[in-house]
Design a protein around this ligand. Structure first.
Ligand SMILES: [Zn+2]
Length: 206
């Protein structure tokens, strides 16, 4: 009788322990999920500015396409997306801010490390809202659009210079699903195909 009582008592204690341990594990799991969930990237990349559609900068001072020629034989390592001054600039993916600074060319900039060798850099910002070391979620505001650095010229339209690198090598953000409208490409395509009348004239009217 005594043994049975003891066994029952032990079973209940053990049961409570198991229940308690399970609760702790479950709780920790939920906490982990709750902590991790905001950092899940729901899209490969989101737009760094709210001005939609995203438009590539083309102004008197330059061509904002990826890989466009620059002075000194350099190439444009990012894309320039038009946006209004002081509008939000957002992280295209979750990650950790690794650099915030002031550069003669970039002006005020933020650099985020997304893991797996992927980094993004946002330049010419007017204000910066993050500090090195902080974690940001996809779409979080990290600063505001400005004209700092070499974008200060009055002829240069306000834009964000978005530079994405994989293992240090610049890649076209289009590869991550960021789809800007390139007005120059549209203009060039239209120019390359003149109106039918002109075409007929140039080939003798057939
Ligand atoms: Zn640029």
């Amino acid at each position: 009788m005594q043994t049975i009582l003891l066994k029952t008592w032990w079973a209940s204690v053990r049961g409570k322990r198991v229940a308690f341990a399970s609760g702790v594990i479950l709780g920790a799991g939920i906490t982990l999920v709750a902590l991790e969930l905001p950092y899940v990237n729901w899209q490969v990349a989101v737009a760094p500015v709210d001005t939609l559609p995203l438009v590539i900068r083309h102004d008197a001072k330059g061509d904002g396409r990826f890989d466009a020629p620059r002075s000194g034989g350099r190439r444009h390592r990012g894309i320039d997306l038009l946006a209004t001054i002081d509008s939000p600039v957002r992280a295209i993916r979750s990650g950790q801010v690794v650099r915030v600074g002031l550069h003669h060319g970039f002006g005020q900039f933020v650099e985020i490390e997304h893991g797996e060798g992927l980094d993004s850099l946002y330049a010419h910002l007017n204000t910066v809202r993050v500090t090195p070391g902080v974690w940001v979620r996809q779409g979080d505001q990290i600063g505001t659009v400005g004209k700092t650095g070499n974008a200060h010229h009055p002829w240069i339209l306000p834009h964000v210079h978005l530079e994405v690198t994989r293992n240090g090598e610049p890649i076209d953000p289009v590869a991550l699903g960021i789809q800007p409208v390139d007005t120059r490409a549209v203009t060039v395509a239209t120019a390359a195909r003149p109106p039918m009348d002109d075409r007929l004239d140039s080939v003798g009217g057939e």
